[in-house]
Design a protein around this ligand. Structure first.
Ligand SMILES: NC(=O)c1ccc[n+]([C@@H]2O[C@H](COP(=O)([O-])OP(=O)(O)OC[C@H]3O[C@@H](n4cnc5c(N)ncnc54)[C@H](O)[C@@H]3O)[C@@H](O)[C@H]2O)c1
Length: 401
C-alpha cells in the first residue's frame, strides 16, 4: 500500500511517563505504516524542559502558531516531589499554561462515546463539549483576610489619571475580601475561539454567565460575545447552527435535559467545575479529548488526562499495563484531519476518520482497556495496551486496504 503523503508538518510535542511510551507505540503501530508522516518534533519531557530552561516549550508553542496544527503528549507539571525526583533546576511552569499563553487559546474538551458505556444522564446521546475561558476571575484574584472591621474599596486609577472608587463593604468585624479582574481582549479572544470551533465542528454554541447578579462584570462577557457574534451570524446561519446566551443556572438545567451535541462555553470557574462533571458523567477521563484553539484558528490537540504515573512505575518494573490510549489516538487523528483540511488532502482526512473508526471498532467489539471494561454494560474483555493497539491496527489496515 502506498503511504499517504503530507505537505506541511504537524508540530509534534512529546511528553512524559506512560503517555510517552504509548505515544511511540501509537506512531509505530497506527500511523507510520500508513502515513508518510511529517512532523516538526519537540521533546517536552521534563528532563528536556529542565535542560533547555523551558525554552523548548516556548519554541514548540511558537511552532504551533507558525504551522497551525500541533499534537501534544501529556507532560508532567512539576511540584516539589517532582523537583526532587528529577533533580530539577526550577519548578517549571505547566507546559499547557505556557502554550495556552502563547497561542492565546481556549481549551475545548469533548468525551469520546462508545455503545457499551452509557452516560449517567440517560438522555445524553451525543458528546457535550466544554469550552473554558482559561484567564482571570478567581484564578488571578487578590485576596485579603482581616481580623478587624473597616471599609473595603475598589479603586481604579486610569492611565489618564482619572480615579474611580466603589465601596465594596463596610465591615463591622473580621471578614474576607477578594478582588478579581478580566481583560476585554481576553474575553474577545475567548469568544472568537468559541465561534470558530462551533463553525469547524458544525455544532451550536451556548454561553452562560450570571449577568442578572453581576450586571457589569458578567454583563461585559455577555455583551462582548453578542458584539463578536455579529461577525459570525451569517456563517452560523449558513451552517445551520445557532448561538445563544443564557444564565448559568438555566444552562445547567438545559444541559441535563438535552441530548448533547453542542458546545457549552463557560467562564473560568464554571468551566473548571463543569468539565469534571461532564467527563465523569460521560464515563472516563481517559476517554476525553482536549483541543486548544486560538482566536485566529490554530489548533493543538491532546488527551485531557495526565501522564498516568502509576502505570509508568509498573511498566518500568517490566509489568504489562492496560493504559487507555484512546484519547491520545484521537489527538493524533484530530491533528492529522485538521492538517488534511488545511492542506486539501482528502486522503489524510480519510485516514483520520478510519483511525477513529478502527479504534471505536475495537472498543465496540468488547476489547477494552481495563478501566473502561469495568464501566461497560455487556460483555467486555480487558486487554493490555499492546493488544489493544494491535487489534486496532488490524481493523485500520482492513479499512484502508
Ligand atoms: N495535559 C497534561 O499534560 C496533564 C494533565 C493532567 C495531569 N498531568 C500530569 O500528569 C501526572 C499525573 O497526574 P494525575 O495522576 O493527576 O493525572 P492522570 O490523568 O495521569 O491520572 C488520574 C487518574 O486517572 C487514571 N488514568 C488517567 N488516564 C488514564 C489512561 N489513559 N488509562 C488508564 N487510566 C488512566 C490514572 O491511573 C489515575 O488514577 C502529573 O505529573 C501531572 O502534572 C498532565
Amino acid at each position: 500500500m502506498e503511504k499517504i503523503k503530507m505537505n506541511v508538518p504537524v508540530v509534534e510535542m512529546d511528553g512524559d511517563e506512560m503517555t510517552r511510551v504509548i505515544w511511540q507505540w501509537i506512531k509505530d503501530e497506527l500511523i507510520l505504516p500508513f502515513v508518510d508522516l511529517k512532523t516538526e518534533y519537540y521533546d517536552l519531557s521534563l528532563p528536556e524542559r529542565d535542560r533547555t530552561g523551558d525554552q523548548v516549550t516556548v519554541d514548540a508553542a511558537n511552532a504551533a502558531v507558525r504551522l497551525g496544527v500541533a499534537v501534544k503528549c501529556a507532560t508532567i507539571t512539576p511540584n516539589a516531589d517532582r523537583v526532587k525526583e528529577y533533580d530539577l533546576h526550577e519548578m517549571w511552569k505547566s507546559p499547557n499554561a505556557t502554550i495556552r499563553g502563547i497561542m492565546d487559546g481556549t481549551v475545548f474538551r469533548t468525551p469520546i462515546l462508545i455503545d457499551s458505556v452509557k452516560p449517567i444522564v440517560r438522555g445524553w446521546k451525543k458528546p457535550i463539549t466544554i469550552a473554558r475561558h482559561a484567564y482571570g476571575d478567581i484564578y488571578k484574584a487578590v485576596e485579603l483576610r482581616t481580623d478587624e472591621g473597616g471599609t473595603a474599596e475598589l479603586v481604579f486609577t486610569g492611565k489618564s489619571g482619572k480615579v474611580e472608587r466603589r465601596e465594596v463593604a463596610a465591615l463591622k468585624g473580621p471578614g474576607v475580601l477578594l478582588g478579581m479582574h478580566n481583560r476585554a481582549d481576553s474575553i474577545e479572544s475567548f469568544a472568537r475561539s468559541c465561534f470558530n470551533f462551533a463553525l469547524a465542528t458544525k455544532q451550536s454554541l451556548w454561553f452562560s454567565a450570571k449577568d442578572t447578579i453581576s450586571k457589569v462584570y458578567d454583563g461585559a462577557f455577555r455583551d462582548i460575545f453578542a458584539r463578536v457574534f455579529e461577525e459570525y451570524r451569517a456563517r452560523f446561519e449558513e451552517a445551520g447552527i445557532e448561538y445563544f446566551y443564557t444564565l448559568v443556572d438555566d444552562a445547567v438545567a438545559r444541559v441535563v435535559r438535552s441530548e448533547g451535541g453542542f458546545i457549552w462555553a463557560c467562564k473560568n470557574y464554571d468551566g473548571d467545575v463543569m468539565s469534571d462533571m461532564i467527563s465523569t458523567a460521560f464515563g472516563s477521563l481517559a476517554m476525553m479529548t482536549s483541543v486548544l484553539v486560538s482566536p485566529d484558528g490554530k489548533y493543538e490537540f491532546e488527551a485531557a488526562h495526565g501522564t498516568v504515573t502509576r502505570h509508568y512505575y509498573r511498566y518500568r518494573n517490566g509489568e504489562e499495563t492496560s493504559t487507555n490510549p484512546v484519547a491520545t489516538i484521537f489527538a493524533w487523528s484530530g491533528a492529522l484531519r485538521k492538517r488534511g483540511e488545511f492542506d486539501s488532502l482528502p486522503e489524510l482526512v480519510r485516514f483520520a476518520d478510519a483511525l477513529e473508526a478502527a479504534t471505536l471498532g475495537t472498543l465496540n467489539d468488547g476489547l477494552m482497556p481495563k478501566e473502561l471494561a469495568a464501566l461497560a454494560d455487556g460483555p467486555a474483555e480487558a486487554v493490555n495496551t499492546r493488544r489493544f493497539l494491535a487489534e486496532t491496527a488490524s481493523r485500520l489496515a482492513a479499512k484502508l486496504g
